[in-house]
Structure formats: C-alpha cells, structure tokens
Design a protein. Structure first.
Length: 79
C-alpha cells in the first residue's frame, strides 16, 4: 500500500468510511514511520482544537502593504 493521502488520514482520524479500508490504513500506519508521524501530528492538532473554547478566541488583524489599485478592505486580512 502507498502512503496515505489527506483524505485517507481524515477518514482514519474521524473513523469515517468503510471498516475494511480503515483497518488497511491502520495496518499501513503501524508499518510506515512517515505516516505514523503525520497521523500523530494530526491527532495532536485535532485534540488541541477540541480543547479550545470559542470564548477564548479573539480575531487577529494583520495590516499588509496596500497594492496599487486596491480598495480599502483589501489592506486587511482577518485570521
């Protein structure tokens, strides 16, 4: 089996899809250090995002250099 792609990682991460395919993905992860590392990182990000409460999130505004012939709103990026 080739390394997992983004879709396959997400299916495994959220346990979505065919049980046989999920088993194949798990088997591959246990044999492939690269995929194991990436899967662990995805689990850590997922768990971190679960722990963030919306009350603790505040928007960040980044002011960028204006390009020529742009309107006022293109000067700001909201993250």
């Amino acid at each position: 089996m080739n390394c997992l792609n983004e879709q396959q990682f997400m299916e495994l991460l959220y346990k979505e899809g065919d049980a046989l395919k999920l088993k194949e993905y798990k088997d591959h992860i246990f044999q492939c250090k690269k995929c194991m590392k990436e899967f662990i990182e995805l689990m850590e990000v997922r768990d971190y995002l679960k722990d963030i409460k919306e009350d603790n999130i505040s928007p960040v505004v980044i002011i960028t250099q204006p390009k020529t012939n742009t309107n006022f709103f293109n000067k700001f990026t909201l993250i």
